[in-house]
Design a binder for this molecule. Structure first.
Ligand code: ADE
Length: 264
């Protein structure tokens, strides 16, 4: 009889252990920094430098849990575009205690200032494709969840930390702080990129930042978006992107690691 009880106890323990880890160790209480990107190339260097303790596989997303530059982190490739990046960020916040979020990746440079391989540290982000299709065409409107005219503000101290790390990496002449415009389009049009500059005063355009920012605001998690320019979002953008995406992505990763090193 004693043996049966012992066996039962062992089985219960095994079941509890298995279900905890099968669900992605939801019992974890350690506070971590979330590092999110859209694509493998935008996060490969970070993963190569991290000590990953375990991986959670949830709904097709891999949450890499461990340490980077001495800080507790969860590193996530959420996917391309506003939908997947927002969904991945919300899943991250629902599973872990995330103290702050850093989004890293590449973008198209907007305006004459930002050149290929320059860095843009977002001070705020806006969804450039949110609005109404009227008879006259597309009319942009502020997102309805937003009280700041459609602009989501990054955390000032994270912005400054990112800026200093970027200057240290690529030099002050190649680092800009300002607005990033996000939308579900790869922009490869000189006319549209001019519109982004005139309408939103944007320095860069990409496909995830503002939706991640919206989720961060909902969950009151401080965040910053760091982007390295892979192209100029003009008629040559596809070719330029193909040539520079890997180098640009690695610059952004290097800056994230420097940021973590300098974080208290
Ligand atoms: N990411 C990198 N380049 C981009 C572009 N031109 N448009 C949108 N997202 C981008």
């Amino acid at each position: 009889m004693k043996k049966v009880f012992l066996l039962l106890a062992v089985l219960i323990c095994l079941f509890a252990f298995q279900s905890t880890f099968a669900q992605g160790n939801t019992a974890e209480t350690v506070s971590r920094i979330g590092i999110v990107s859209a694509m493998d190339t935008e996060i490969d260097l970070i993963l190569a430098n991290a000590d990953i303790e375990y991986e959670d596989h949830v709904g097709g997303i891999v949450f890499n849990v461990g340490t980077l530059c001495g800080k507790n982190v969860v590193i996530v490739k959420a996917g391309i575009g506003k939908v997947l990046s927002a969904a991945g960020t919300a899943a991250l916040f629902n599973r872990y205690d995330i103290s702050s979020l850093i989004f890293t990746g590449v973008a198209g440079g907007v305006g004459d200032e930002t050149k290929v391989l320059d860095m843009v540290i977002a001070t705020d982000l806006v969804q450039h494709d949110y609005g109404t299709i009227q008879n006259e065409g597309f009319v942009w409107t502020s997102t309805h969840d937003n009280t700041n005219g459609g602009y989501y503000s990054c955390d000032e101290s994270l912005v400054n930390l990112a800026y200093d790390a970027a200057v240290d990496t690529v030099g002050a002449d190649h680092v800009f702080k300002g607005t990033i415009a996000s939308g579900d389009q790869f922009v490869a049009s000189a006319a549209y990129v001019k519109t982004l500059q005139e309408k939103f005063d944007a320095l860069a355009c990409e496909m995830e930042g503002a939706s991640v920012a919206a989720v961060c605001e909902q969950y009151s998690v401080p965040f910053v978006v760091i982007r390295s320019m892979s192209d100029k979002a003009d008629g040559d953008a596809r070719e330029t992107y193909d040539n520079f995406v890997d180098m640009a992505a690695d610059h952004s990763c290097t800056i994230v690691m420097k940021m973590l090193e300098n974080m208290k």
